[in-house]
Design a protein around this ligand. Sequence first.
Ligand code: SF4
Length: 309
Amino acid sequence: MPSPEELKERILRLKEERNAVILAHNYQIPDIQDIADFLGDSLALAIKAREIEEDVIVFCGVDFMAETAAILNPDKTVIIPDTKAKCPLAGMVDAEGLRKMKEEHPDAAVVSYVNTTAETKALSDYCCTSANAVEVVKAVPNKKVIFTPDRNLGAYVRSQVKDKEIILWPGFCATHDALRVEDFMQLKKEHPEAEILAHPECRPEVLEIADHVFSTGGMVKHVRSSSKKEFIVGTEKDMAYRLKKENPDKIFYTLDRAICPTMKKITLENLLEALENMAPVVKVPEELAEKARVPIERMIEIGRGERTG
Ligand code: SF4
């Protein structure tokens, strides 16, 4: 069994030979974070994917992220180390149901979280991420918005954009939705000086007790510039690895149940295998990609900010 260090060396060597770039989401395991060329939230990764000049993008994240990279940079070979890394939230919208909702609200714009399939994006007017959802919904000219698929992020946007009617799709992220006020209060009791940072996929009652609501990219920026020393990280646990690495003098507390199992499907072993075999390749049929590209490009134009609130 090769050690993690040996695996990393082989991955980095093969990456050069293949002229590949490794993009990784902030929720990836520490070993993957350490060898990524670029680490970020879904907005930052989408923007980066569009700009890649190398031949191959290896996406260490979940299916919709790799798909978005393939849509935005169709001339590149996009590889995901494990096709089982599927975000359950993205699977919560069915095209038929969304078409029906659009028919019921013909004056509404559809704003879809980037955590959706290419089919859902193709039926949407705008995409957004947790980093720019508020800005995107504010920028939409329609007074009515159908927001898919995360009801918690949608409710957060609704609380920030008072002059629009926002209809919520009833989806949720099982990882963030499982976090409870009691979990945070217990940590706060043990570490009273710690600031609570919460991701907007958390339940509304959690966001209410948070000191700040941020996307993961927003957390990175905030922690870097904050004079505070301790933070309760209200999102996937491995986010704290990046925060600690970049801010070694600060202390981070995580919630035991904040684990996204699907993000953990990517390992050093399957990353190496993917580079060896140049597979599995993520492809989006051009006709579908063309439709799905429109709302993503609109999002990138509107909101390049990483902060949510
Ligand atoms: S944390 Fe939630 S939204 Fe993000 S990939 Fe995991 S299941 Fe999907």
